[in-house]
Ligand binder design. Structure first.
Ligand SMILES: [Fe+2]
Length: 198
C-alpha cells in the first residue's frame, strides 16, 4: 500500500505563483484520490491472486497504471516545487548536466516551456534521466498510463510485438510465452535488481 507524502510546505507557501486554493484542491482532493485508488487496485490484485481469478486482469492492470502513475507524478510535482527563493541553482550538479545535454540552461528552459505549452490536456511535461542513454531528455506525457508506472525500473522485459515471435509461432502467442520461461537470464535480471536496490 502507498501513502500520500506530506505537503513539503504550507498551502499558501507557493503564492503568488500558485494559489492556496489551487494547491488545496490539487493536493487534498486530486492527489489523495490517486493514492486511494492505487491502494484500491492493489487490494483487488491481491484478491485476484488469492482467488486465482484473473478474469479482470486487463482492467486491473490499466487501472494500476493510471492511478499509480497519477500518484507518482503528483508526488514528484509537489516535491519539485518550493516556496519562491533566491536559491543559487548553479551550485547543483544537475545544472552542469542540463547545460551539457541541452547546450545551455536557457536552451533547456526554452525547450521545456515550448514542449509544456503544447502538451494536450491531462498531460505532463517532464525532465527525465534515461539511464540507458546516460542523458537527460524532455518528454511530453499525454496519457500518463501509457508508460505504465512512471518512475518504475524495468527488470524483466518481454517483447509482445508480433515481430518478436510471428516467424516461429505465428498466432500461437501462448506457446511463445511458455517458451520464454526457459530462456530468461535471471542472473542479469538479478543484477539489475540489486543495482537499483543497493
Ligand atoms: Fe494534477
Amino acid at each position: 500500500m502507498i501513502k500520500m507524502i506530506p505537503l513539503p510546505y504550507t498551502l499558501k507557501a507557493l503564492e503568488p505563483y500558485y494559489s492556496k486554493e489551487t494547491l488545496d484542491l490539487h493536493y487534498n482532493i486530486l492527489y489523495k484520490g490517486y493514492v486511494e485508488k492505487t491502494n484500491n487496485v492493489l487490494r483487488k490484485l491481491e484478491e485476484a491472486r488469492r482467488a486465482n481469478d484473473y478474469s479482470n486482469i486487463k482492467c486491473l492492470e490499466k487501472e494500476l497504471a493510471f492511478q499509480g502513475s497519477g500518484a507518482i507524478l503528483h508526488k514528484l510535482f509537489f516535491e519539485n516545487m518550493s516556496p519562491p527563493n533566491n536559491q543559487n541553482s548553479l551550485q547543483f550538479k544537475i545544472m552542469q548536466k542540463i547545460s551539457e545535454d541541452f547546450g545551455s540552461i536557457n536552451n533547456f528552459k526554452r525547450q521545456f516551456s515550448e514542449a509544456a505549452a503544447v502538451v494536450e490536456a491531462s498531460g505532463w511535461c517532464i525532465l527525465a534521466w534515461v539511464p540507458e542513454f546516460e542523458q537527460l531528455v524532455i518528454l511530453q506525457c499525454e496519457k500518463h498510463q501509457d508508460l505504465t508506472l512512471w518512475g518504475c525500473v524495468p527488470l524483466l522485459v518481454f517483447d509482445m510485438w508480433e515481430h518478436s515471435y510471428y516467424l516461429q509461432y505465428q498466432t500461437r502467442r501462448p506457446e511463445y510465452i511458455s517458451a520464454f520461461w526457459n530462456i530468461i537470464n535471471w542472473k542479469e535480471v538479478n543484477r539489475r535488481f540489486l543495482e537499483i536496490c543497493n
